[in-house]
Ligand binder design. Structure first.
Ligand code: ZN
Length: 176
């Protein structure tokens, strides 16, 4: 059972499967939603039975940094077509957007938490199988703009924030 204490727990109603082989996740995969879903409730509703997206992610982050968890990390997700070995986060953004500062701090915090929980290293992942911070379109997918070049380039910033959070036991609430 792993629920991130900083996240609001908003479980999806769909049935989940335990992580295969009991393996620890390899890293975190960045996704973007579109601007119509700039609320955790909106993201959650697309994942619900009958919703438009039957492939829920573990976590979601609004543009104001509000943070929710939809799936316990002991279960795998279906958010990447090419692997079930990662944790996923859906960030409210339109294709081509960069993540907001508030989102960067929240995702950085999430990454720090995963590093503590699972020993995930603070490195960039560029292809399926790599450990670290990756993104949806690094594997074979029809979602070529998920999450887009700006968000892909922000990965080093996210890792810097995660390092700060780990070093100072900080959370986004500590950032002025
Ligand atoms: Zn995606």
């Amino acid at each position: 059972m792993a629920i991130c204490s900083y996240a609001q727990w908003m479980p999806v109603k769909t049935k989940q499967e335990p992580r295969r082989n009991g393996a620890n996740p390899k890293g975190l995969i960045l996704h973007i939603t579109d601007s119509r879903n700039n609320t955790l409730e909106g993201i959650l509703s697309t994942f619900s039975p009958g919703g438009s997206n039957p492939f829920p992610s573990h976590f979601g982050v609004q543009t104001n940094g509000r943070f929710g968890q939809f799936i316990d990390t002991k279960y795998h997700d279906w958010a990447e077509e090419w692997s079930t070995n990662y944790i996923s986060v859906e960030c409210s953004a339109s294709p081509g957007d960069a993540l907001t500062y508030a989102q960067l701090y929240t995702v950085g915090y999430l990454y720090a938490w995963l590093a503590e929980e699972y020993g995930i290293p603070l490195v960039i992942a560029n292809k399926p199988g790599d450990e670290g911070l990756g993104y949806h379109s690094m594997g074979k997918t029809g979602h070529k703009l998920c999450p887009g070049t700006h968000v892909i380039q922000q990965r080093s910033t996210i890792l810097s924030i995660a390092q700060y959070m780990l070093t100072f036991s900080a959370s986004p609430a500590d950032i002025p």
